[in-house]
Design a protein around this ligand. Structure first.
Ligand code: NAD
Ligand code: MG
Length: 390
């Protein structure tokens, strides 16, 4: 019996939508993967259940008030239990880990990702906010450390899958596909009145609450445009967005001879998760297969940047560069949280982001400390703005 040919992974955010699907993938391939670490924010019950199944060496529960419960359940199984955000950033450096799957949501992903890269761990990146906030720093650090960043986001995985065997060929442009979300085709008058429950109903994907709202506002696509810039080294002009309501074509690459490659399949995040964890191998799966007869027409339309301002704001921030993407990310996290707590309207989300982008301190060449202070300043500005609106 040997573990040495297997990939040893840490799953950050194991109790979320991506995290639970990653556990499914890992459990379906016990010959390929060993789970070293699981981390969760506050869902102690699920974290304990998962640890009983996959028997990691270490778990971290960020919410320190849940530590005693997790310790009592897992210490008898010889699993080490830690608490707090700082513990996440330190356990990712463990010698036994080969790859870290970043599946926590939001800005909280930044520091553990930096620490993992510094320790030479390859990254399977679901936490797009990390590249939005600090793409320049993260990609430079990864290059220095010889660390690969494998995209988990389905669009970026699609592009990555199209690029395998083509890494020496320059990209002319990429086309990111967007489902359009639950409010595709609606106008601003309709969006004035939409509720949290309506926004949480995504037509094609079942995901965590934050990314589901981001999909309804098209901010998710905006964040993905910025994510794509850093993953594939592109200019804003090389990144196009097209609405494709069926979510079958997951994205496309166009090369300099004009040829386009697309990756397609039913919407199922287990496939991009598995491709990132198993790269360069395609592991056998029993996921449902696509059938053309069930999708006689695949359609495409222009995104409406005037109604869905967040996508335009993300392109603006990308063009401004510096800490502008960090500003829109922080403003968006605060605004989406307020919308989910029914303290802000749907259209108010874009107002808050635009206001923060216009007023937060601009830094052209930010350091890590600048990102931290930009995040703090923007969260304060966004909260003040939201309070003034009610
Ligand atoms: P989710 O809300 O379902 O899960 C989030 C996970 O992160 C949970 O395990 C939670 O315990 C943990 N977490 C939350 N806040 C944390 C904090 N402050 N510190 C540490 N851990 C924390 O979210 P999700 O839908 O799985 O998305 C996770 C990430 O993957 C996001 O960045 C999202 O944009 C990205 N992503 C998700 C999907 C999807 O289909 N769900 C697709 C593409 C990309
Ligand atoms: Mg995506």
């Amino acid at each position: 019996y040997t573990d040495s040919n297997k990939r040893h992974i840490a799953i950050l955010g194991s109790t979320g939508s991506i995290g639970t699907q990653a556990i499914d993938v890992v459990r379906a391939h016990p010959d390929q993967f060993v789970v070293e670490v699981l981390t969760a924010n506050s869902n102690a019950d699920l974290l304990i259940q998962q640890a009983e199944l996959v028997r990691p060496n270490v778990v971290v529960i960020c919410d320190e008030s849940r530590y005693d419960q997790v310790f009592a359940a897992l210490d008898p199984l010889d699993i080490k239990v830690y608490a707090g955000a700082a513990s996440v950033a330190s356990v990712v450096q463990m010698d036994s880990i080969d790859m870290v799957l970043t599946a926590m949501v939001g800005y909280a992903g930044l520091l553990p990702t930096i620490r993992a890269i510094e320790a030479g761990k390859h990254i399977a990146l679901a936490n797009k906010e990390t590249l939005v906030v600090a793409g320049e720093l993260i990609t430079r650090l990864a290059a220095e450390k010889g660390v690969n960043i494998y995209p988990v986001d389905s669009e970026h995985s699609a592009i990555f899958q199209c690029l395998v065997g083509e890494f020496h060929n320059p990209i002319e442009k990429i086309v990111l596909t967007a489902s359009g979300g639950p409010f595709r085709g609606k106008d601003r008058a309709f969006l004035e009145t939409v509720t949290k429950a309506q926004a949480l109903k995504h037509p094609n994907w079942s995901m965590g609450a934050k990314i589901t709202i981001d999909s309804a506002t098209l901010m998710n696509k905006g964040l993905e445009v910025i994510e794509a810039k850093w993953l594939f080294g592109l200019t804003p002009e090389q990144i196009e967005v097209i609405v494709h309501p069926q979510s079958i074509i997951h994205s496309l690459v166009q090369f300099e001879d004009g040829s386009m490659k697309a990756q397609m399949g039913l919407p199922d995040m287990r496939l991009p998760i598995q491709f990132a964890l198993g790269y360069p191998n395609r592991l056998k799966s029993d996921f449902p297969r696509f059938d053309f007869r069930q999708f006689p027409s695949l359609t495409f339309e222009q995104p409406d940047l005037e109604t869905f301002r967040n996508l335009q704001l993300a392109f603006d921030a990308l063009r401004q560069g510096g800490n502008a993407p960090c500003i829109i990310n922080a403003a968006n996290e605060v605004a989406v949280d307020a919308f989910l707590h029914e303290r802000l309207s749907f259209l108010g989300i874009s107002d808050v982001i635009a206001e923060c982008l216009a007023t937060a301190t601009f830094v052209a060449a930010p350091t890590y400390d600048d990102y931290v202070s930009t995040d703090t300043e923007t969260r304060r500005l966004a909260s003040e703005r939201i309070k003034s609106l009610v």
